[in-house]
Design a protein around this ligand. Structure first.
Ligand SMILES: [Zn+2]
Ligand SMILES: [Zn+2]
Length: 292
């Protein structure tokens, strides 16, 4: 897989790749099957939103109204039909008082909002920002610095290592934006929340037997996350990158270790790693689309 396909993928391939990876992971990851089935249904809505936005190209001024009127209703429909019970109940309870434009605007502004609102805004706005590119991303609020998306100012969702030259070694590190999905280059062994780069403060958790230690990083506190009797690693290409200074963490995906991985999909399905990090007292820099 090329860097482009992992980060700023060619438009038409993105959705095919995400669906392929959902099918692959749902057959292996029983613990995430319900979530992946829902995400698979949501991908249909998001792909249509992406195609429609690419065709009609709403202006940046109309971005919020466009997403609220044309995409949010479809996201609500698929979520009520196929979402987890807790989300369905919450959506049905609140549908009357829902103001889609305010919900989307709050996410564009980067302000706090209830989890179900954030989900709706994020699921609806994400594919439209992916389709429209720079001008639309520019209206989003947030700092443009190393720790935030250079395009929209959003926070990092995940980290990934691109395959190196000739796929023989791990390549450069990137962060992926939680709001617009763009990727940007970022230093290895540096906290994506606070910028901490003292190795003694950075802890990596991965399954026993992975090759994290061969990537030139300092591996402290390397522990097996899944039960020891488990045959083979469940997440050989994933690790938790945690910071003792700010107690934040994110998941990192090594695309050289699993060329079939699609970073945003693999991150969603790695629920046991999130639970493990939480048990250790770390807080994810940005909860993913599904709230983990
Ligand atoms: Zn962004
Ligand atoms: Zn930190």
């Amino acid at each position: 897989m090329s860097v482009a396909a992992a980060g700023t993928a060619a438009a038409s391939d993105v959705w095919t790749e995400r669906r392929r990876r959902v099918r692959e992971l749902r057959s292996h990851h029983g613990f995430a099957r319900q979530l992946l089935d829902f995400y698979g249904s949501l991908l249909g809505v998001q792909e249509k939103a992406f195609d429609d936005a690419a065709a009609s190209r709403p202006t940046a001024e109309k971005l919020c109204a466009y997403v609220a009127e044309l995409v949010v209703p479809s996201v609500i429909d698929v979520s009520v039909a196929a979402g987890p019970d807790s989300m369905r109940h919450e959506l049905i309870r609140r549908l009357e008082g829902t103001n889609p434009q305010a919900i989307v605007q709050t996410w564009i502004d980067g302000e706090d909002q209830p989890a179900v609102d954030r989900f709706l805004a994020r699921a609806a706005l994400g594919p439209v920002l992916e389709a429209l590119g720079a001008e639309a991303r520019a209206v989003c609020a947030g700092p443009r610095d190393a720790l935030h998306c250079p395009h929209c100012g959003g926070p990092p969702q995940l980290s990934y290592f691109a395959p190196g030259p000739e796929d023989l070694a791990t390549g450069p590190r990137y962060l992926v934006c939680a709001r617009c999905g763009a990727g940007w280059g970022f230093a290895r062994m540096t906290c994506a929340a606070c910028g901490e780069d003292r190795s003694a403060k950075l802890t990596i958790f991965s399954e026993h037997g992975t090759t994290s230690g061969e990537h030139g990083s300092v591996v402290r506190g390397l522990q097996r996350v899944v039960p020891a009797h488990d045959p083979g690693a469940v997440f050989p290409h994933l690790r938790i990158e945690a910071c003792e200074s700010c107690r934040g963490y994110l998941l990192s995906i090594d695309l050289a270790a699993d060329p079939g991985a699609v970073a945003v999909v693999d991150e969603l399905a790695a629920i046991p790693l999130d639970l493990y990090a939480r048990e250790r007292g770390f807080t994810k820099i940005t909860p993913n689309l599904m709230g983990f």
